[in-house]
Design a protein. Structure first.
Length: 303
């Protein structure tokens, strides 16, 4: 029997939208009392930055994503409340993965048929472990349930352009925890498809917006879930967000196969041309900024 507060508790195959890739959008995902408990005890920005290790290691950027992974949260007693411990523990469990397979299994088999022979068993028998946990060993799928933020915004900007998730990511689910005092526009998830007859070429980890067309918006609203199988056509981005002193809050539930499929589930061939090359250079500079050591940790935008 599923955990009563599973994000998939009331989802059926009839809820799956296949255009432009298999995904679901569920409003009022969790029972209201469960959502309210989790929202009221959502870890603060400083807690997430400290427990994730970001505050000690990196230059903290505005409108940037930082996540507290399930393994760190569960390995530090008292780091999060009991309600969060129960929620995290279930959503990195084999039981939850079987729930996901019962829902998306046929689409997963159609998308990645080679995984059955690769793992030597059907998806219902794949082994799972908690991502970053040494005890996970050689599990087929590493599960994570991250408590995340996009840090406050100094100027109108997008946290992420059109992209796919990493090639070792099998699926992703985002559950929004928008706080009541967040009233600024933007921060919605936008779903795209490749334009017809356009080569599926990437610019670093992202996609040239000229090569994609908008399909739909998933509003950044409390207790809203979006989930999808990750492929080279699972294009999505985040709409620009207005300046705000409030972080964008979301839980990210993922299954990754980096250990079992180290080459990744799909390739990201790079787009030729000078403009694409410049964009890749900007991305590399941003990556270096992300990794730049800094001791004066994030304190929010100027009020």
């Amino acid at each position: 029997m599923p955990y009563p507060s599973s994000v998939l508790r009331n989802v059926s195959r009839a809820d799956i939208r296949v255009d432009p890739f298999p995904h679901i959008v569920i409003e009022n995902c969790l029972p209201l009392d469960t959502y309210n408990e989790l929202a009221s005890t959502y870890p603060g920005d400083e807690t997430i930055l400290r427990l994730s290790g970001a505050a000690e290691k990196y230059f903290i950027r505005h409108n940037h994503r930082y996540d507290l992974c399930a393994y760190r949260a569960l390995a530090n007693p008292g780091a999060v409340g009991q309600g969060w411990c129960d929620f995290l523990r279930y959503h990195v469990s084999a039981e939850f993965f079987r729930e996901f397979i019962a829902l998306f299994g046929s689409y997963l088999q159609g998308t990645y048929p080679e995984l059955k022979s690769r793992f030597g068993r059907t998806a219902t028998e794949w082994t799972t472990g908690i991502r970053f946990d040494p005890a996970a060993g050689s599990a087929d799928v590493a599960l994570d349930c991250q408590i995340g933020i996009n840090t406050p915004v100094e100027r109108m900007s997008s946290a992420r352009g059109v992209h796919t998730d990493a090639p070792d990511e099998l699926f992703a689910m985002l559950l929004y925890f928008r706080p009541p005092n967040d009233r600024v526009a933007g921060g919605n998830l936008e779903i795209y498809r490749w334009k017809r007859d356009v080569p599926h070429h990437f610019v670093g980890r992202e996609v040239d917006p000229c090569d994609a067309e908008f399909v739909e918006t998933v509003e950044y609203q409390p207790n809203t879930l979006v989930a999808f199988i990750n492929t080279d056509v699972s294009l999505h981005g985040v709409s620009p967000r207005a300046p705000s002193i409030v972080s964008r809050r979301l839980v990210n539930i993922v299954g990754r196969v980096g250990q079992s499929v180290p080459e990744g589930l799909f390739a990201r061939p790079q787009k030729p041309g000078f403009g694409a090359m410049r964009a890749r250079i900007r991305e590399r500079i941003g990556d270096r900024l992300d990794r730049r050591p800094r001791r004066d940790v994030f304190l929010g935008v100027r009020r």
